[in-house]
Design a protein around this ligand. Structure first.
Ligand SMILES: Cc1cc2nc3c(=O)[nH]c(=O)nc-3n(C[C@H](O)[C@H](O)[C@H](O)COP(=O)(O)OP(=O)(O)OC[C@H]3O[C@@H](n4cnc5c(N)ncnc54)[C@H](O)[C@@H]3O)c2cc1C
Length: 545
């Protein structure tokens, strides 16, 4: 058909840019002790923003994994087949050590460097970051069984992506998963019914798990009821003798979010597993894994926000409406700037937590105490903000944002996941409350952090005083207010101390100043008070192509 019209006023495709060209990320990288990794993070950022990686992300999501329960002769095989694009994404992630490099890199800042790599590379596809994250997270829990850690940690930390079901010790590199949630309860894992019976050289597990993501992993951390109570086990997908372990995949979940990753329903039938930690202390052991994945929930949320606001700012800087660039329309400028502020506040908190993780792993007790509360509260709050942020960023593109090709629907569908996973909203808020009320040193460390910003901004000081008052009478029913207040105060303190002055001022004026309601800061994005330098703020999210 001959063209009937000229195509104009569409923004160019956003490709060939450096995802790591992100001022909040780069300053945090230096501040949190991983300045030495900046060149590598920039290189990975360029890869993530390349047309090739974007295409891999698209293909991996448009060609979802397929479960093959049986071979053509009727033998059970329980394998999941992935599109080649998935394997390419995984290869880059593993080669860059995003799954475990800090566990064998003694340099201070190694966990921050890994967090930065994870943050930029997840922009290509959120789905494959799930097995990457779980492999990173399993190590501290696995160390509760030093013999198993000695056997498997070097393979978990190896930078070879070696896909396929084979005995773990015959592979060049391993990936891990976690298997806790059962039909009758995911938050309350004490209700688990999967049984673990001691047998020669280990235990045999029988029961089910309602969610187990990345089921083609090599090792799984599983909770099951042993004779002395709920316990944590390491379960190999293939037994050391080469036979398939009794881990049967019933179905793959038909999920809201990414389509690239597989999440399975599993039946364990006398599956061989080895005890990790003490019998009866399964929650205490696996919580170490959960806490590391919670960090990645915050990082992944920061990635999604940055990706969404970058797309929105890019579009609005090209698109003209009513004779003016969208980004220059005062109301759109307020929306975009508000989205940038939210994204930068999330990134800053995420990297403060990555830094705390790095220092806590190296024995810093104060940082461990700070992290205990800050992680629970931040996970609660930033994950709650994500779906609204994604929806608003999508709307900046108008109808184009609702169409798959824009990339926005993928970001939007993914946005609620991190809030559900690893402690759903209420559970995370209640965890923050528990940390505050049961561990005095935790509140002390948290307020010491806020104290470093004292005097810098009167509105922040007042917000911290209000927060202290809320703490004087903590209750379960108000745990969400409490977690929100903690997270906002932390984000405000970080921005005031280290952030861009325009972003910090707008954050405090909108999120913390005691002038709520629509005439201060409304309940939707794009209701910033007047007098904010929106153009300067938006420019921070504009990628250089
Ligand atoms: C895509 C995806 C992948 C997943 N992958 C895995 C995996 O690999 N391994 C795994 O083990 N699990 C996995 N999960 C499961 C996930 O961890 C659970 O869904 C989650 O822990 C919540 O458990 P539940 O679904 O049983 O909900 P429930 O525990 O029934 O919770 C329902 C709601 O009640 C709230 N709630 C719970 N307790 C309280 C309370 N005391 N007070 C107030 N409110 C409360 C929760 O916040 C939640 O909103 C995955 C889930 C998804 C969506």
């Amino acid at each position: 058909m001959p063209p009937t019209h000229e195509v104009f006023n569409q923004s160019p495709v956003l490709t060939g840019y450096d995802v790591a060209d992100d001022p909040a990320l780069l300053s945090a990288l230096h501040r949190e002790g991983a300045g030495w990794a900046a060149d590598g993070v920039r290189a990975l950022g360029r890869l993530a923003g390349s047309a090739r990686a974007q295409e891999q992300g698209r293909q991996a999501n448009e060609n979802p994994p397929v479960l093959r329960t049986h071979d053509r002769f009727g033998h059970r095989i329980d394998e999941v087949e992935f599109h080649p694009a998935w394997h390419e994404l995984m290869t880059v992630a593993v080669q860059h050590g995003l799954h475990a490099a800090p566990w064998r890199d003694g340099r201070p800042g190694a966990h921050v460097a890994r967090a930065a790599g994870f943050y930029v590379w997840s922009a290509a596809d959120a789905g494959h970051s799930c097995p990457i994250s779980m492999t990173y997270a399993i190590v501290p829990a696995l160390r509760h069984a030093p013999d198993l850690a000695q056997r498997f940690e070097p393979l978990l930390a190896a930078q070879d992506y070696d896909f396929g079901l084979r005995p773990p010790e015959t592979k060049r590199g391993l990936l891990a998963g976690m298997s806790m949630t059962e039909k009758q309860g995911g938050s309350d894992v004490r209700a688990n019914t999967t049984r673990a019976v001691p047998a020669d050289g280990g235990y045999l597990l029988t029961g089910h798990k309602w969610f187990t993501s990345a089921p083609m992993g090599d090792l799984f951390m599983v909770l099951a009821q042993a004779p002395c109570g709920l316990s944590c086990f390491l379960l190999p997908r293939v037994r050391p003798d080469g036979s398939r372990n009794g881990m049967h995949l019933q179905r793959l979940k038909d999920k809201l979010g990414n389509r690239s990753n597989a999440s399975a329903e599993v039946e364990y039938d006398n599956a061989l597993a080895w005890l990790v930690g003490e019998e009866g202390r399964g929650v205490r052991t696996i919580i170490e894994m959960v806490n590391m994945t919670r960090l990645d929930c915050v990082l992944g949320t920061a990635t999604g926000m940055r990706a969404a606001v970058t797309l929105a700012a890019h579009h609005a800087s090209y698109r003209t409406v009513f004779g003016r660039k969208l980004a220059d329309q005062p109301l759109m400028a307020s929306v975009l700037a508000d989205l940038v502020i939210e994204s930068e506040a999330t990134t800053m908190a995420a990297f403060r937590l990555a830094g705390a993780t790095d220092r806590a792993v190296r024995g810093d007790q104060a940082e461990a105490a700070f992290r205990r509360l800050a992680l629970a509260a931040t996970k609660y709050w930033v994950c709650k903000r994500a779906p609204g942020h994604a929806a608003e960023a999508l709307e900046c593109l108008g109808g184009n944002g609702y169409v798959e090709e824009s990339g926005m629907p993928r970001l939007y569908r993914e946005a609620p996941l991190a809030s559900i996973w690893e402690g759903s909203g209420n559970v995370a808020a209640l965890d923050a409350l528990r940390a505050l009320t049961r561990q005095p040193e935790v509140a002390e460390a948290f307020f010491a952090e806020l104290g470093q910003a004292a005097g810098a901004d009167r509105r922040l000081d007042q917000a911290v005083a209000r927060l202290r008052k809320e703490l004087s009478d903590p209750s379960e029913a108000r745990a969400r207010q409490l977690a929100e207040g903690l997270a906002l105060a932390l984000q405000g303190a970080l921005l005031v101390r280290h952030g861009d002055p325009a972003v910090a001022d707008a954050f405090v004026a909108s999120r913390l100043a005691d002038s709520g309601g629509p005439w201060g800061w409304g309940h939707a994005f794009g209701t910033l008070p007047t007098g904010i330098d929106t153009a300067a703020i938006i420019s921070r999210a504009l990628p250089a192509m």
